[in-house]
Design a protein around this ligand. Structure first.
Ligand code: NAD
Length: 333
């Protein structure tokens, strides 16, 4: 890959920060663009060209794509359920980002364009039971995605498809299922369940207040993919001949209560669970069917939840102690 230039839109974010590191390690030159000021990026890689800019603006996208071989379009205004259920308009505005990145990539003659879609595109009617049937790619239609965020992702997927069909742009799409790992959000309102549970268990352990608040009844189910699997999948899908969106997720199904069990095990603690039934909780059950990715790529995410969560827990513990010490702290639920 020596000499090739890649741009990572949203490179100051969780997955983007890891992706920049991986591309650099593979010999790419990397341009990293994010709307946040650099002191808020999860990782800043000195070897990359780091740009603060709003990719909703077409001129910024044209500059971002100038001379670029590969585009990784990850920029999106997003967060966990608490954020996306309460910020639907903000989530939908990310459509401008993908629109202008596609237009810029076409105008600048970019070779490859990767788009990060989401399992939130799937029809809600297929996700009403905690004992799920894993979602296959065809389950996105007829369309009834997650309101706001999911509609934006489905529309942007569709745009990628038509830029490929009408203009010959090499667009590739992965539907991520709950990605987690170190160097991501663990407090403040945008964090997702794995990080939020780690933080709450750590807080309970260090403060001696052995209560934990859980959103919903804890029996809702999900699968969670460790960041290293996500990065491998992005690479394989971007450079594949697979034209349709592919699931990129773990198929290891777990309930939120089981996830809490795992994290309590790391902390060697048992907590009183208080269930907040009116909290945002998303669909009842969701898992990734990996038949297609196995068929096309002979590969699927395989890092176990236990291994991935251990690394994530250790990292959040370090961050928590660095910020709060071992004293009681008031951080968001
Ligand atoms: P993140 O919020 O950590 O990263 C997204 C980054 O995009 C942020 O740093 C944000 O500042 C940046 N951004 C937002 N609007 C921008 C704009 N207009 N211009 C430039 N930068 C902008 O999220 P993440 O978890 O790293 O997710 C990356 C991508 O993967 C997103 O598109 C997200 O929708 C998708 N995704 C993530 C998950 C997951 O579990 N993390 C699941 C499904 C899909």
């Amino acid at each position: 890959m020596s000499g090739k230039l890649a741009v990572v839109g949203g490179g100051g974010g969780f997955i983007g920060g890891h992706l920049v590191a991986k591309l650099l390690s593979e010999g790419f030159r990397v341009r990293c663009v994010d709307i946040k000021s650099q002191d808020q990026w999860y990782q800043v890689h000195a070897d990359a060209e780091n740009v603060v800019g709003d990719l909703k603006d077409k001129q910024t996208c044209l500059e971002a794509c100038d001379g670029v071989d590969e585009v990784y379009q990850l920029a999106a205004d997003m967060g966990g359920m608490g954020f996306i259920e309460n910020n639907k308009a903000l989530c939908m505005l990310s459509v401008l980002t993908t629109t202008h990145m596609l237009m810029a990539a076409k105008e600048k003659g970019v070779d490859k364009f990767f788009y990060s879609s989401s399992a939130c595109v799937y029809n809600a009617d297929k996700q009403t039971d905690a004992a799920v049937t894993a979602l296959v790619e065809a389950d996105a239609y007829p369309a009834m995605p997650e309101d706001g965020y999911g509609w934006e992702k489905l529309f942007s997927e569709r745009m990628c498809r038509h830029f490929r069909e009408d203009f010959g742009l090499h667009t590739r799409i992965a539907r991520f299922h709950n990605v987690y790992g170190p160097e991501g959000t663990w407090e403040g309102g945008r964090e997702k369940a794995p990080a939020a549970i780690c933080r709450k268990v750590i807080q309970a352990k260090l403060t001696g207040d052995h209560n934990i608040e859980i959103w919903g009844d804890g029996e809702q189910t999900r699968s969670f993919m460790y960041i290293d699997d996500c990065l491998n999948g992005i690479n394989k899908i971007t450079h594949s001949d697979i034209l349709e969106p592919l699931n990129l997720g773990s198929s290891e199904l777990v309930s939120i209560n089981q996830l809490v069990d795992i994290v309590e095990g790391f902390a060697d603690i048992k907590l009183n669970r208080n269930y907040k039934l009116d909290a945002p909780k998303g669909v009842r059950g969701r898992n990734s069917d990996n038949t297609l990715i196995q068929q096309y790529l002979g590969w699927e995410p395989s890092i176990t939840l236990l291994d991935g969560m251990r690394k994530t827990y250790d990292w959040i513990l370090g961050e928590y102690q660095a910020k709060y010490g071992n004293k009681p702290a008031v951080v968001s639920a």
